[in-house]
Every structure is written in structure tokens, then in C-alpha cells.
Design a protein around this ligand. Sequence first.
Ligand code: ASP
Length: 293
Amino acid sequence: LILIVHGGAGKRKPPRKSLGIISECVSHGYGLLKAGASALDAVVEAIKVLEDSGAFNAGSGGNLQWDGTRRLDASVMEGKSLRAGSVVGIERIKNPISAARILMDFPHIMMTNRGAAKIARAFGLDPLPEVDERTLKGLERNKKRERTMMKLYTEIFSTVGAVALDGGENLAAGTSTGGISAMLPGRVGDSPVIGAGVYAENGLGAISCTGMGESILRLALAKEICMNLAIMPASRAVRFSLKRLLGIGGSAGVIVIDSKARKVLMQTTDYMASGYADKSGIRVGEKGIAVGK
Ligand code: ASP
């Protein structure tokens, strides 16, 4: 049994509070695995804790787009059947990861904004609280800092994700995000794209990514890593792809469990808030293994 979660990779040192929440989240999710929950359920429940905390760029803490609206992305995938679900730019739904989970059982696996929200509401998912004044003011500040816009765009990430391995040797992966602060309405990053921000296949591995979405999309990073797990050890596969990502000017952090229960937490950025639980206990840290050019 293994559960790994991340709370985003970037230049900013994760606040101690966020690491505390990651620790709670990992212990909750691992407890579920120990009680017999599937990897898929552990991933969804762990991500819900992070979405509800408001401390990360997901769910209640999701970044606002340029027009002051939260349009959230999430995806989830199960390694056994390759079932997946994904919501893109969903509004006013508290747990986008649960909406993605619902779509796993649908003939459509990827839905946007209104269509996605309609299904989520029909399944009784809770609404997202209104955006408060303080958050709106923060957005206005970010919008004014033209020179730092590029920084927001490339360096400060706090998307959340989880990967798990259950007692039946099934793998699952999930990712949930508010995108990048002050991004243009309509922009979509890697997080809801199966194969970019998330991928899981039993016998190979489970992967969740964070970082500069555009670069992750261009490499289809999660799927690339997953396929390479067939021919190289997990840490080599991740390093190989992260170097390729650096080569196109990208940046990212990745968490992986492979089919031999090896864990990899690696990033090209200074930090990646992350934690894991396995039979050796719980570990939480402000970064995984660093990869440079
Ligand atoms: N990957 C996310 C995106 O580009 C951002 C993040 O990881 O925080 O939307």
C-alpha cells in the first residue's frame, strides 16, 4: 500500500501550514487504503482533503481567472481498467475531483464548464463557496504586476495531486487545480488532460504532474513517463522526461508509483510540497529529488 500526494511545484517555499495539511491528507488516505479502500478511492478522498483546505490552488483555494471567476480543472484515472474522468473549467462545484470521478462511470469522460457542472449538481455535489473580498483583492494585485505575470505563469504552482497503490496491486492517479492566477478565461493547462497531467496503468505506473501546464501538455508528460516505465527504472524514466521538459523551457514536478511499488518524487523547480505514506510510515517534505539541466 502506498499513497503519495503533492501540493504543487514551484519557486515558492511551501508554508508550514500546507505541509501540515499534506500530512493530515496522507494519513487520512493511507488509513483508507489500510481499511481496504481501492487506490482510486484513496486518491479521490486525499485530493478532496486538499481541495477543501483552501490552502492549495484547487477546490476552495483555486486560483481566480482574469475575470474573477474560479474555473477549476480535475482528472482521475484508474490503472486496472484505464477508466478516466475529467472536468475542465468547472464553476461553482466544491470538489472538482469528485465531478471527475463521476464522469468515470459515464460514456463521456471529459466535460467542460456548464455541462460538467450540471452533472455534478445532479449527483448532489456541494457548491463552491463564493469568492471573498480578500481573494478578489489578491487577484487585482496580481493583475497589476505585469512584470510578475510571467512569474505567476511559470514559477508559482500549488496544484494538488495524488497517486496510490492498493492491496489488490491496482494503481490510480488524480490531479486538481485552479490553473494559474489571473490566466485568461478559457485557458486550459495539463491537469485535466489524461496523459498530460495524469496517467495510470496497472503493470506500469501512476503519475500526477504539476508545473507549467503548457510544457507538460506539449510532452504529454504523464503518458510519456508511464510508457517509459516499461523499459527503465522509475527514477530514470522521470529524470529522462523532466530533462526533456527543461529542454523546451518547461518546469514541472512529478509523483510516481511504479508497478514494483517504487516511489519517485522529483521536480525541476526549487520546491514541491509533497508527502507519502507506506509501510515505513508517513513523510512530508518541501521538495522531492531535484532535476536540473
Ligand atoms: N499545471 C497547472 C496548470 O498549468 C498549474 C500548477 O501545477 O499549479 O494549470
